[in-house]
Design a protein around this ligand. Structure first.
Ligand code: HEC
Length: 226
């Protein structure tokens, strides 16, 4: 029977809690102060952050952040494209910038909707959402051409004097972005261009990768089958 160890029985300066079981004594080893300080700091930061992120609606999910980045890059590309010559590619870049297209939609509503209807489905002027075109092949460049020069003999005004050069490009890109919507409206007029597939609205570099096609079925009796 040994004497019960006292709590200040120090061993290398350590303290004991006084808990003992079968002669095994528990050291009193508190976490260092800097560690506890960090723990509480993170804990309270967490509470604040969770509040800011979830409850105030300020937090962006991964997908939203990605989309914001993409939108920013597209807006930048569209801004630069306005300084480039008018080409299929430069007009396609404008069509990808959502905020620029929102502005163009307003120009459309003020200048074009009276004849082409609010969604482009056609009224006096043809349906701009179908795959049929009276003038050109429905490319951005062809649309820009007809919007710019008009078809005065048929009642389509020329817009190159009435709109600023930027508006002219933007509203043409906007018309291009209506392609493939196939809204019910005025019956199709003109030639059918690329039936089925809507013309690509995006330059291939920024277009999303095509959906993966299922792998070709392995021929019967090939590897692995008994
Ligand atoms: C006063 C009526 C009127 C207004 C306003 C008008 N258009 Fe048109 N638009 C027409 C008519 C009519 C045609 C068909 C011309 C033809 O038959 O050759 C047409 C044709 C077009 C085409 C060619 C469609 C095709 O099938 O080739 C485009 C693109 C177009 N308009 C865009 C616009 C845009 C963009 C605006 C506004 C900036 C606009 N239009 C404003 C009447 C109008």
């Amino acid at each position: 029977m040994s004497a019960a160890p006292s709590n200040d029985d120090s061993h290398h300066g350590a303290r004991f809690t006084g808990h003992e079981y079968d002669g095994i004594r528990e050291y009193d080893n508190p976490m260092p102060r800097w560690w506890t300080a960090m723990f509480w700091a993170s804990f309270f930061f967490c509470l604040g952050y969770a509040f800011w992120y979830s409850l105030t609606g300020n937090g962006l999910g991964m997908l939203e952040e990605y989309e914001a980045d993409v939108q920013e890059a597209r807006a930048k590309a569209a801004g630069l494209a306005l300084a480039e010559p008018v080409t299929e590619d430069s007009l396609a870049k404008l069509a990808l910038d959502a905020s620029m297209m929102a502005g163009a939609a307003q120009v459309y509503a003020q200048r074009c909707a009276a004849c082409h209807a609010d969604q482009g489905q056609g009224l006096i002027g043809p349906n701009l959402t179908d795959a049929h075109w009276l003038h050109g092949d429905g490319s951005f460049a062809a649309i820009y051409g007809v919007v710019s020069e008009g078809v005065p003999a048929k009642g389509m005004p020329a817009w190159n004097k009435q709109l600023t050069p930027d508006e002219l490009r933007q509203v043409s890109a906007f018309i291009g972005s209506l392609r493939g919507k196939n809204l019910p409206g005025k019956a199709a007029e003109g030639a059918l261009i690329s039936p089925g597939a809507p013309p690509a609205a995006a330059p291939s570099a920024s277009a999303p990768p095509p959906a993966a096609s299922p792998p070709p079925a392995a021929p019967a009796g090939s590897e692995g089958s008994p």
